[in-house]
Design a protein. Structure first.
Length: 832
């Protein structure tokens, strides 16, 4: 039986439907997107509804229902049905419960249901206005027979909602719940022409087409899209100051001023494994200030805890009793927690999408503000930088082969060149990326086994890496990922506040986390003596106890040392010698009844032995801590360096252009000393545009990359170890066999001189190339000299500036590109 849409929408009934809905759900008015999506359904138009968490997605589902029906209405013709397919049992059960409480007969039929058969029969007999089922249930034979084959059902169903639509992409493509991909089979069993409402809060822009195709919907089906940027949360990425195993970085969550549990923002802490979440709970409990009862306030959650406990935790989150819940992905997917004010992610989640979903759970109410942070180690951060570089290099390589390829939709979404050079760098790489015609599966460099990523997964990863490593606003990455620029915005006034740690570093304020109360950190194996130390201490202590016996009990020959200092205490002390620094610590390590009397002697004896056994591990640890601290400082220095480099660029730019102008004006008009007008193009924006208009994409790319590398190299000297790609002329002259790693300006100059010389040697004096080379060399040398003296920069810091000079020169009227390319073509063996 085909579905019959409402032929002409009655404005009066629409108005009444909206009013009923508002009344039943206790809201003031509907959002435009809710009405639009609801009306599409009534008209029989399948629609993609992409609305962020907190945007009132579900009301759009019920709007169409309320056009026909309202709670309490028993007229036969009005008993319409909305069928919702969703992935999450708990969420569906909760939704059904909520609807029933509002007088809307609804049922969630899941594996938990007490009487599945009866429930299905009831749904088929049109006893419910809303039915929730999982994809597995929806595709079962039972469902087919008891529901889909029932005329009562097919005559009255008005819409199929596929909730959490992104799961079609996210879950359907592997072994995990493959049914989500087979949903299209369900469509075939429903009345023809039945509209589908696909709803999601986090559907990545690039997978929409894929999802629609999977559902057999046209790519241009109606879309109601609202930007999912969560302007009400602060985004940040935090680099751990301590070993991850210590969890010490979480100490920052506790405020000294906390007067009670309420002062601890209600927080979800996502970690990637159950052991981790359990340890985090212990850590929080152990370190909670006295005003907070750790046992009550912190509780872990993962899927291996029993159902009662899960329910208990969810209730306590809602009541606000639980202040911090370390959890795996198991918690809160789709669950409606209104009170979470802070979401932390302990180490990288598996995908960018997953990160966004987690952040989506923070502060559902868009009128409040919250905060989120991703905690990663410095090593992970460095690795992200390197991986991103690799991905970009691969993209560039792929892009070069078919740079003529048509532009992706996505291309148009890139933000325009903006304020400073760094953004130009960023744009550049984005622009290069568009060739999504990436080889489908490829082996990637990296640790261990090669990963096979689909182009979509690779894109997700790339965005994730960008999100982590960007020095610009993190929201830019987020918005590009979801194509938010082209979507509507929620009509809610969000309170103003800091945006992200890059935009508002002042709001980021991470104090240095000092480890106080070290007793809480387990000594572990680190404190144990080496066998040599152990035996040395043992010998020494045996001697000490003999001395004690000899001096204190001179004539008592029956008294052995063992009576004063028993062998087992002695053993323990020998094993833990490093931890014995005072009588107190001695007592902590071994309970010795004579400690107060002879403890001093023992401690002194142990300390004497330790002099000969320096603790290499501790020295190592100290060095590591110092190095880590240094790296954190380096990050700050990096920002400063960047601004310094930008000013170097500006200087270069202005001087080069001024000189060009003098040259060209020189003949015609005598220079006037004071009145000479220097054309200075001040706005960085314009310079970026010039950059982006440079003719040869690969030269441009190379230069950007070199500049980026140069900057990076100063922050992470080991960076090159990771990417295995030295800064060299190879980046410009892609065919070169040379692999010099420039560290000084002299090496760099030498290489350029070689090129200039070649240009002269292989071209006649009257040729353009020859003249360009002469001219360029002059500028090059004088600028380098001027720059190095003016800015008092060491040679390697000057590299980006030098590239800049050279490139600007080439762009204006000295045709460096021509030189490079002619040389490459003509003298390949020798120079390139
Ligand atoms: Zn920002």
């Amino acid at each position: 039986m085909p579905f019959t849409p409402v032929a002409v929408l009655d404005p009066e009934r629409l108005k009444i439907a909206a009013e009923r809905l508002c009344r039943v759900f206790g809201i003031e008015s509907l959002h435009p997107h809710q009405e639009e999506a609801g009306q599409n359904i009534l008209k029989g138009i399948s629609t993609l509804l992409d609305v962020p968490t907190g945007g009132g997605k579900t009301l759009a589902f019920w709007y169409a229902l309320f056009y026909h029906w309202e709670p309490g209405n028993t007229e036969k013709d009005c008993q319409k049905i909305v069928l919702v397919v969703g992935p999450l049992v708990a969420l569906m059960e909760e939704q059904a419960k909520g609807l029933n409480a509002k007088g809307i007969p609804a049922i969630a039929i899941t594996s938990n249901s007490p009487n599945i058969e009866q429930s299905l029969t009831d749904l088929g007999q049109n006893k419910y206005r809303v039915g929730f089922v999982g994809p597995e249930m929806a595709l079962s034979t039972q469902f087919h027979e008891k529901v889909l084959n029932q005329v009562e059902f097919t005559r009255n169903i008005i819409c199929l909602v596929i909730d959490e639509l992104h799961c079609v992409w996210e879950w359907g493509n592997d072994d995990f719940r493959p049914e989500y991909r087979q949903i299209v089979q369900l469509l075939a069993r429903l009345p023809t022409g039945l509209p589908i409402l696909g709803a999601s809060a986090t559907v990545p822009y690039h997978v929409i087409k894929d999802i629609l195709a999977n559902l057999g919907l046209p790519a241009d089906c109606a879309r109601v899209e609202v930007s999912n940027e969560k302007l009400n949360v602060f985004l940040s990425v935090r680099i751990l100051q301590h070993e991850p195993e210590s969890f010490a970085d979480l100490l920052v969550l506790f405020s000294d001023e906390a007067e009670g549990p309420e002062d601890f923002l209600q927080t979800l802490i996502y970690a990637n494994g159950r052991q981790e979440v359990e340890k985090i709970q212990d850590f929080l409990r152990d370190n909670a200030p006295s005003s907070v009862d750790g046992k009550k306030a912190f509780e872990f959650y993962h899927r291996h805890i029993d159902e009662d406990q899960k329910e208990n935790i969810q209730t306590r989150i809602k009541s606000g009793e639980l202040r911090g819940v370390p959890t795996t992905d198991a918690l809160a997917q789709g669950m409606d927690f209104q009170t979470i004010m802070r979401v932390l992610m302990w180490m990288k989640p598996r995908s960018f999408l997953s990160l966004v979903q987690k952040i989506g759970r923070c502060v559902r109410d868009m009128r409040l503000r919250g905060e989120t942070a991703l905690y990663i180690t410095k090593a992970m951060y460095t690795r992200c930088c390197a991986e991103l570089e690799i991905l970009r290099t691969e993209k560039e390589a792929a892009g070069k082969e078919d740079s003529a390829a048509g532009s992706d939709d996505e291309e148009n979404l890139e933000e325009p060149p903006d304020r400073d050079l760094a953004l130009a760098l960023q744009n550049m790489s984005d622009e290069e990326e568009e060739v999504a015609a990436a080889p489908a599966k490829r082996q990637r460099k990296g640790k261990g086994k090669p990963k096979n990523l689909s182009p979509m997964e690779e894109r997700d990863q790339r965005y994730f890496l960008e999100y982590i490593t960007t020095t610009k606003c993190r929201r830019l990455v987020w918005n590009r990922y979801f194509g938010n620029q082209r979507k509507k915005r929620l009509n809610i006034s969000v309170p103003v506040g800091p945006c992200c740690d890059n935009c508002n570093p002042e709001a980021f304020g991470v104090p240095t986390i000092a480890l106080v109360g070290e007793r809480k950190l387990k000594t572990g194996r680190k404190g144990l003596s080496s066998p040599e130390l152990e035996s040395a201490v043992r010998k020494k202590l045996e001697a000490v106890r003999e001395q004690i016996v000899a001096s204190e009990y001179p004539n008592q020959h029956f008294l052995t040392g063992n009576a004063i200092l028993t062998d087992d205490v002695l053993d323990t002390l020998a094993k833990r010698a490093r931890l014995v620094t005072s009588i107190d610590t001695l007592q902590q390590q071994a309970r010795w009844i004579h400690a107060s009397r002879y403890g001093d002697r023992v401690v002194t004896a142990i300390q004497e032995v330790l002099v000969d056994f320096p603790d290499l591990a501790a020295v190592e640890r100290e060095t590591q801590t110092a190095e880590r601290a240094q790296k954190i400082l380096d990050v700050a220095a990096f920002k400063e360096l960047r601004s310094r480099l930008v000013s170097v660029f500006e200087g270069c730019y202005n001087t080069v252009f001024a000189e060009m102008e003098e040259d060209s004006a020189g003949v015609d008009s005598a220079p006037t000393t004071a009145g000479r007008k220097r054309k200075k193009i001040k706005e960085p924006r314009r310079r970026c545009q010039i950059f982006l208009k440079l003719p040869r994409r690969d030269v441009r790319t190379s230069i950007f990359r070199i500049m980026r590398c140069s900057i990076l190299s100063q922050v992470w000297p080991d960076y090159y170890e990771l990417i295995k790609e030295p800064i060299s002329m190879t980046n410009i002259k892609t065919l070169s066999e040379k692999t010099t790693h420039y560290t000084t300006i002299d090496e760099y100059r030498a290489d350029w001189h070689l090129m200039f010389n070649n240009a002269r040697q292989y071209n006649v004096e009257s040729s353009q190339v020859y003249q360009d080379a002469v001219y360029l060399q002059e500028i090059f040398d004088s600028k380098l000299y001027a720059l190095s003296t003016e800015h008092k920069l060491p040679g390697h810091e000057l590299l980006p500036g030098a590239y800049f000079v050279l490139h600007m020169a080439s762009h204006s009227n000295v045709k460096l590109n021509q030189i490079t390319y002619r040389l490459r073509r003509e003298h390949k063996p020798r120079l390139l």
